[in-house]
Design a binder for this molecule. Sequence first.
Ligand SMILES: COc1ccc([C@H]2[C@H](O)[C@H](O)[C@H](C)N2C)cc1
Length: 451
Amino acid sequence: MPLMYGAQSEGRRDDETMRRFRHDRFGQFIHWGLYSIPAGSWNGVTYDYAAEFLPQSAGIGPARWAGLVDDFAAPEFDPEAWASLAADLGARYVTVTAKHHDGFCLWPSSLTDFTVAATPRGRDVIGELVHAYTARGIAVHLYYSVLDWHHPDWRYAISSSQDEEAFDRYLSYAGEQLRELATRYPNVRGFWFDGTWDESVKANGRWSWEIECMLKRLIPGAIVNSRLRADEHGARHRDSNGALMGDYFSGFERRLPDPWDRTVTAEDWEACVTIPQNSWGYHAGAEVARTHKHPLELLEQLVQAVSLGGNLLLNFGPRGDGSFAPFEKDVVHTLGAWLETNGACIYGCGPADGWDYPGWGYYTADAETGAVYAVVTRIPVSGAIALQLPERTRVRNATAVATGRPVPFAVRDDRTVRFEVDRASVIPLAFALEVEQRDDTAEQPEVNPDL
Ligand SMILES: COc1ccc([C@H]2[C@H](O)[C@H](O)[C@H](C)N2C)cc1
């Protein structure tokens, strides 16, 4: 159907900025704001739901919530230390909450007083972070919530002309804030939109179209996630013709596509996940919870995402004072150490065409060289993994990515090779496979069944 405000482009972007985003594969999400101070509790009551939703969970109105501005001193906030932590994690980009649903701005916006400028130290958090991350070669995306519980003209739905006038004022405010962000911080790489599911926003597809145009005019090549967009019929993420809006699909929240679902490889996508079961902002309960994800679970999610052509955005919620909790530092050390020696099977990689999901792990392939990686995350009881090869493919040799040492394997038949895996291996265990195409006339591969 003809659309005025559908997808602005067809297919994958192939410009340098998007190629870099695709190559990076691994990003760190940062949720930090007023909600980080109460950390899920209010007036002595702890609410189990996500800490950044405390105003809703505890029924705290905007005026009372704004009282937290005086407590946002953040004595431990150290942008260079945050940038070092991201580098140690192995993240190639960071997405930082400039404004979350509570409407509090982590930059000194001229459009409202509800910003860091009113806090005891008045630091431009976004400006200092953009500088620190960029200095470390880490790209920055700014998270912006269209949903805004603080602004008096916010509306969930439009049911009167007064609502329409108010919400038009709100959209003008949000548009000017986004212009301000793109103008103050022109070297950010992208914008991560959220809070766009309400009827009021879905009814304003033209506004979302104009925002995408404005941001890409102010910052040529800027990357925008699919959550910003609605078309004139209220279709979100994909327009009414099914075309992806924005530059990558960002509907995978605290979940990934099934490891065998190759349909997702048709477009760029990013999954965002938390370390606790369900809190993006710092929740004091997470420090003592037994339920947050093991670092190796998160690492497996990264490998799974790459095997399906996606990025993983892993969330950290710094405490109100600007420090990180020990359970988050454990994740940094585990993932960073593994990526230090195994990053070749992640950065610059994507799906390995023709290599079906094997069950014991994932295949990735270097998008430039075509090198295939077998990444073992589950060692079978047999202590051996069987690789089902694509048609007319031969494995010439295999090396352990972490050590570079050759790895013996048995050719079982013309479509199967088998590796013995030391059960004491550190997993994920990545093998680099040098493969070649066999032509039909070539002799059958030498089978050595005794291995
Ligand atoms: C269930 O409804 C939700 C769940 C999460 C969200 C927000 C989280 O606060 C976080 O910012 C995440 C990226 N976003 C989807 C919004 C609505």
